[in-house]
Design a protein around this ligand. Structure first.
Ligand SMILES: [Zn+2]
Length: 452
């Protein structure tokens, strides 16, 4: 080897050594940074917990003294300030449930699913603390004719509502729903469509609409609506409505707030209701159906077990469970609270197993059913041992409110074999279960005759 070659070799060796040392030190400092970051996160959590613990001890003594209002106020303030401590959510939700205010209990659990905390722990603890009260509301009735709480007399309803119009929802999520024959609601931010690589395109959402998925409005650009002046609000709500109506070929019936869950203004609600029939929001739905639970589904702190526990809970308590989802992607990719394709498949497999008890449908369909039920009157006309006749009275626009209502007729005959039903002379399909006859009627002013 010549002197030149030798020096070249030494040079190469030196270069390699420097390079590997650099890689070693960079990695080392990255690991150190990560460790420092983890240490700072855990020390912050520790600090918050140390500060919260005496407050929670005080709250527990207030509860023991039955000073519930003060306890509720302190817990709500603590949640606003700490957000990431799971304990106040658990104590508050369990307290509301104990006081019989289920809706505030569910709303507290919803807030916990919005915060980046261990939701498996929160929901499990809530269930274990409220197990004794976990009885379903009584739905058995001795009325001769009644409208069932949910379509086909199911015990609960579940809606999957996907926000923000992510491409991954279309590409990965929709095929999973197809596999099970279920439909979801997809809420679009009209100005973002096709504008960045994470968003789906108009042809994709048009295709979803053709396949029976609901397309909802989620504003033009996802702002905090309560901070907007009138013209900007008009644009975000109504212009977005017009764009979706034009592109999809059908107006969006329903709307989802960006950010304002649990904290919206009447002025904004009025604006939304100029063109939409409903808002995906706990407080808005409550007057139409009083057992609603609208948690955020997804993210690294949300497991299949929790989704299953929430499903079982919905069946047990006759809830309308509205699973608020975002994209269908990989965890930790930087998107907001994704559910993975695998998660969705496994979760819907469980739903399939319990399908006889669950009505799975879009937000607009379940909402319309519940709204129609609330506004439809049944007036008995004729009752005999072998027949019932009744009038259906509804003040609603039949062009919009067209979801059939399931009506149960008590024949008072054990093990009934046959029955026949007509609405305005049109023959209806009949299902018989022991003494009960079930029919699905149009929610219109009409006369129904049932013979058995
Ligand atoms: Zn959103």
């Amino acid at each position: 080897m010549s002197t030149f070659k030798k020096s070249l070799l030494i040079l190469v060796i030196c270069l390699l050594a420097t390079l590997s040392l650099r890689v070693f030190f960079t990695q080392n400092s990255k690991a150190k940074k990560r460790a420092n970051h983890n240490r700072s996160v855990s020390s912050i959590i520790k600090e918050i917990n140390q500060k919260t613990t005496p407050i929670l001890n005080h709250v527990n003594s207030l509860i023991a003294d039955r000073k519930f209002d003060s306890a509720i106020q302190i817990l709500n303030e603590t949640i606003t300030h700490t957000r990431i401590d799971p304990r106040p959510y658990i104590i508050l939700a369990a307290l509301y449930a104990k006081l019989g205010d289920d809706n505030r209990a569910y709303e507290t659990l919803e807030k916990a699913t919005d915060a980046d905390i261990d939701n498996n722990y929160v929901f499990r603890e809530f269930l274990s603390r409220t197990a004794a009260q976990a009885t379903a509301p009584d739905v058995i009735s001795d009325e001769r004719v009644r409208i069932c709480t949910f379509k086909n007399n199911k015990k609960c309803a579940i809606t999957y509502s996907f926000d923000d119009g992510f491409k991954s929802t279309y590409e990965w999520g929709l095929p999973v729903f197809d596999q099970f024959g279920y439909r979801a609601t997809l809420n679009l931010i009209s100005d973002r469509i096709g504008n960045n690589k994470l968003s789906g395109t108009w042809p994709q959402w048009q295709d979803a609409h053709r396949r029976g998925f609901e397309i909802g409005n989620h504003t033009m650009s996802h702002p905090v609506l309560r901070e907007l002046p009138a013209q900007a609000l008009e644009n975000e709500v109504n212009k977005s409505f017009d764009i979706i109506a034009e592109k999809i070929g059908e107006p969006p019936l329903t709307f989802v707030f960006p950010f304002e869950r649990h904290n919206f203004e009447e002025r904004v609600v009025k604006k939304i209701l100029e063109r939409h029939i409903a808002i995906v929001d706990h407080k808005y739905i409550e007057p139409v159906y009083p057992h609603v639970f609208n948690p955020t589904f997804g993210g690294r702190h949300f497991s299949l077990e929790t989704a299953k526990a929430m499903t079982d809970f919905a069946i047990q308590k006759n809830l309308w469970l509205i699973a608020q989802c975002h994209d269908v992607g990989l965890p930790l990719v930087g998107n907001y609270r994704p559910v993975s394709k695998e998660f969705l498949y496994q979760h819907l497999s469980y739903i399939k197993q319990r399908e006889s008890e669950i009505w799975i449908d879009t937000f607009k369909n379940v909402y319309r059913y519940l709204f129609e039920k609330k506004n439809t009157e049944i007036v008995l006309k004729n009752v005999s041992t072998h027949g019932v006749a009744f009038e259906v009275k509804s003040p609603l626009d039949p062009k919009i409110f067209s979801v059939p209502l399931t009506v149960a007729i008590n024949s008072q005959i054990e093990n009934l074999k046959t029955a026949r039903a007509l609405q305005n002379g049109k023959l209806l399909e009949v299902t018989i279960d022991k003494n009960l006859i079930f029919i699905n009627i149009e929610p219109i002013n009409s006369t129904v005759n049932v013979e058995f």
